[in-house]
Ligand binder design. Structure first.
Ligand SMILES: [Zn+2]
Length: 321
């Protein structure tokens, strides 16, 4: 009898998890996400809707990390700096992005990548592009994970750059206290307009991936034509089957989609190169014909659909819990 009960539980356990996507509510959101993704946001869909399907599955226990992680070899991550718009430069790695917004009075950096790569990518990259990295006045950290926040402390200490993060992410760093933690400078507020010289970027608190995640709108110019870039600050569902966090994520995505639509954001930038298509768009820039279409100018509908994918995948995850 006992054996039978165990067998039933096991069978149920294995039967329900892989069939999650057959739950009608989950399937409805996965379908909506796939439709929103179209051909433009396939990698985003593949990553986070797959996470949504797995979110209720049992996870292997985490093995504690011993000591600091080894620094990966430079040839595995180094990318050249690239001018993407008149006033926006890519100074990130092959997989992790950092964006430099140049203004009439210095530079706003969006994301600081890793402690081991910030020097080669951001500092040397800006120098190569003809800028002085000491002009980085603000470092907006989309969220307080090592791959986006790791380099902030070095910029803060060397150049006095002011680091901007959401309150909850400052608290997260205080709690974890990593060696790369910058000192608390600016606590971002929702709708905050961060101005430097002739340029204002707008910050929105979009909790989900972390509780202090910041998403950003950045005005950019291409040959004098104005566009508006949107950056969704946190993407993956790395927090597991947490209903409250998923609801937070869902609400933030819904709201940010309205914001990008209303503002008319027509350019998408992300903090991972897979998600915004940078791995094809940066090479495409190099072969762009004068006056030809700009690979990063995708139109408001495509930008909004990106956020819709995030929204629908999060709802699929919620529906499966
Ligand atoms: Zn993260």
């Amino acid at each position: 009898m006992r054996r039978l009960a165990t067998a039933t539980v096991l069978a149920l356990g294995f039967a329900t998890v892989p069939l999650l996507s057959q739950l009608p509510d989950v399937q409805r959101h996965l379908d909506a996400a796939r439709e929103a993704a179209g051909n433009d946001h396939v990698l985003l869909f593949d990553r986070i809707c797959a996470e949504a399907e797995r979110i209720a599955a049992p996870r292997p226990p985490r093995t504690a990390r011993r000591g600091p992680r080894p620094t990966p070899p430079r040839e595995s991550w180094y990318a050249e700096p690239v001018q993407v718009f008149d006033n926006l430069y890519y100074v990130g790695m092959t997989d992790y992005s950092a964006w430099a917004v140049t203004t009439s009075d210095g530079i706003i950096l969006i994301d600081a990548i890793f402690d081991y790569s910030v020097e080669d990518e951001v500092i040397d990259g800006l120098t190569t592009m003809g800028f002085d990295p000491a002009d980085i006045k603000y470092v907006v950290v989309s969220h307080a994970h090592l791959d986006h926040a790791g380099g902030a402390k070095l910029l803060q200490e060397r150049y006095g750059s002011q680091v901007v993060m959401g309150a909850a992410d400052w608290d997260l760093l205080d709690e974890r206290n990593p060696a790369w933690k910058p000192k608390r400078d600016i606590v971002a507020t929702d709708g905050q307009r961060l101005s430097l010289g002739d340029t204002t970027v707008t910050l929105y608190l979009t909790p989900g991936h972390t509780e202090g995640t910041i998403s950003t709108l950045v005005p950019v110019r291409d040959g004098g034509r104005s566009h508006l870039a949107a950056a969704w600050g946190g993407t993956a569902f790395n927090f597991g089957p947490d209903r409250e966090r998923l609801q937070m994520y869902t609400d933030s995505a819904e709201r940010f989609r309205d914001i990008v639509e209303e503002a008319g954001a027509d350019v998408l930038i992300a903090n991972h190169t897979n998600f915004d298509g940078s791995k094809t768009k940066i090479p495409a820039l190099a072969t762009r014909q004068p006056g030809g279409p700009h690979p990063y100018v995708v139109g408001t509908d495509t930008v909004a659909r990106y956020v819709t994918v995030a929204h629908e995948c999060a709802q699929a995850a919620l529906a499966g819990l």
